[in-house]
Design a protein around this ligand. Structure first.
Ligand SMILES: [Zn+2]
Length: 176
């Protein structure tokens, strides 16, 4: 059990390092562009264009994109020169993991929650449960509700860690 805990802690550390060194710096420009423009969407972005790949080793990655309106699964072509995170941010979504995310949350929703949590005690459990019910009533069901909460918190922590939303507020207590 203890081994499992320390493995989990090591994994968390490695992931935080990957976010901070490799991924977040490359997201700042596309994030600024998207939040300034707000014109991009999943259908318009064409994230699969092979012309941009320089390494010739793209692979498909299924990502569940979560917004207030719907759940939508997209398939991205990812490789070392085409990070999933950059493709998602260009489409106004933010990934739950730095390299191979399985879920992404709309930037609008993350910004709304970050702002909400500045005015009330952060309660990501209540937020996640409400959203799962809200989307379910509209015909969209998550495979597992609780894993949504964890993925959602990962995205919120990473985005606020970059000081892009939430004015640098620390949500890491939410993660678990
Ligand atoms: Zn490539």
């Amino acid at each position: 059990m203890k081994d499992k805990q320390s493995q989990h802690a090591l994994h968390k550390l490695a992931q935080a390092d990957r976010w901070n060194r490799e991924v977040l710096p490359s997201l700042i420009r596309p994030y600024m562009k998207v939040t300034r423009g707000r014109f991009s969407d999943l259908s318009a972005e064409e994230p699969h264009s092979p012309a941009v790949c320089r390494c010739g080793a793209p692979r498909p990655l299924r990502v569940l994109c979560v917004s207030m309106e719907r759940l939508e699964e997209v398939v991205l072509m990812v490789c070392p020169c085409r990070l999933a995170a950059i493709q998602l941010v260009k489409c106004s979504f933010f990934p739950c993991a730095p390299l191979f995310p399985t879920l992404a949350v709309s930037l609008d929703m993350l910004e709304f929650v970050a702002s909400l949590f500045l005015h009330m005690a952060p309660n990501e459990r209540a937020w996640a449960a409400t959203l799962v019910e809200y989307l379910k009533a509209r015909g969209y069901e998550f495979a597992t509700g609780d894993s949504f909460r964890r993925h959602f918190v990962n995205a919120l922590v990473a985005l606020s860690g970059a000081c892009l939303v939430g004015q640098g507020r620390d949500y890491s207590n939410c993660a678990g």
